[in-house]
Design a protein around this ligand. Structure first.
Ligand SMILES: *[C@@H]1O[C@H](CO)[C@@H](O)[C@H](O)[C@H]1NC(C)=O
Ligand SMILES: *[C@@H]1O[C@H](CO)[C@@H](O)[C@H](O)[C@H]1NC(C)=O
Ligand SMILES: *[C@@H]1O[C@H](CO)[C@@H](O)[C@H](O)[C@H]1NC(C)=O
Ligand SMILES: *[C@@H]1O[C@H](CO)[C@@H](O)[C@H](O)[C@H]1NC(C)=O
Length: 266
């Protein structure tokens, strides 16, 4: 626990540099309400968000609380700018990807992959995981909101919040410690879509070299910037471990929809 908090403190101090002007918060009209007593939860898709929604209630979890990238994703369009008094939960990059694969298979729109040779009735194993990874990373190039924004790197959210916590079995305790306004929070038990997929030994370990490289490139900022919170990943690119490595082109700097650049408000 001590170690974790120390890690978090380092992460917060070193990696997260929110530009908060306490004396004068410049907020777009109608976005943040000043009656809110809790910090705002910024939902990064596939990181325990639904449990946290349930625990916090709509005032702290709804869309429209801050300027969002104009997608139509379920309460988790990425923020366009720093969100004052906010927090988020982050998760191991590959666990999140596998969890998304497990969830995606159960959605109707997964059938869109059928014409490209990926059938929803096929079992989730290394073969189908590889197929899905190549299809979904390719699709992202034209539609960053593919699969309800679940393929957007976590850094596109985490870089906009004040505090991040790792997704662990003691998340409830960590949230309570993080902010005394949340010390009474009760997290409901979460549901696992990944269980079956894990049993099939689906992990980044079964990716082909080309697919692993695609994942490392797409999620480079997560591997690099979330490392101080999550620890090193078994599947990270070598660059993530270099102390002064600088990401050249940020995936979070631009989003696309139907092949076109999404216009942001500033
Ligand atoms: C905060 O905002 C106020 C009003 O815009 C400005 O006068 C002040 O210099 C700002 N402080 C910092 C530290 O940026
Ligand atoms: C949510 O916000 C509404 C409108 O400000 C308020 O009436 C209500 O009491 C709030 N609910 C909670 C749980 O904070
Ligand atoms: C995965 O499942 C598919 C279809 O169900 C099958 O054709 C393939 O051989 C399986 N691959 C592995 C590695 O088990
Ligand atoms: C998964 O891996 C374990 C350990 O290597 C092995 O015992 C098990 O048979 C594997 N399961 C499948 C479905 O391949």
């Amino acid at each position: 626990m001590k170690l974790l908090l120390a890690l978090l403190a380092t992460a917060t101090a070193v990696k997260f540099k929110p530009h908060v002007n306490k004396t004068h918060k410049v907020l777009p009209k109608g976005l943040l309400r000043d009656d809110l007593q809790f910090p705002l939860f910024v939902h990064i898709p596939k990181t325990a968000g639904t449990s946290i929604w349930k625990a916090l209630g709509p005032n702290y979890t709804d869309s429209g609380r801050y300027p969002e990238v104009p997608f139509f994703c379920m309460k988790h369009n990425p923020p366009q700018e720093h969100v004052p008094d906010s927090w988020a939960v982050v998760r191991d990059v590959c666990d999140r990807l596998v969890s998304e694969f497990a969830w995606a298979r159960l959605q109707g729109w997964y059938q869109a992959y059928q014409k490209e040779g990926l059938h929803y009735h096929e079992e989730p194993n290394c073969t189908t995981f590889n197929k899905w990874v190549s299809l979904v990373t390719r699709k992202y190039q034209d539609n960053s909101d593919v699969e309800d924004c679940h393929m957007i790197p976590q850094w596109c959210y985490a870089s906009k919040v004040d505090k991040v916590l790792p997704m662990t079995s003691h998340l409830e305790e960590d949230i309570r410690h993080m902010d005394k306004r949340l010390q009474f929070l009760n997290l409901p038990k979460k549901n696992h879509h990944s269980h079956f997929v894990k049993k099939m030994n689906v992990s980044c370990g079964c990716l082909s070299p080309a697919n692993l490289e695609a994942v490392q490139t797409h999620f480079l900022e997560d591997f690099v910037h979330l490392r101080s919170v999550l620890g090193p990943s078994q599947f990270e690119p070598k660059a993530a471990a270099q102390p002064n490595f600088a990401v050249k082109r940020s995936v979070c700097a631009s989003f696309r929809r139907s092949g076109k650049q999404v216009k942001l408000s500033r």
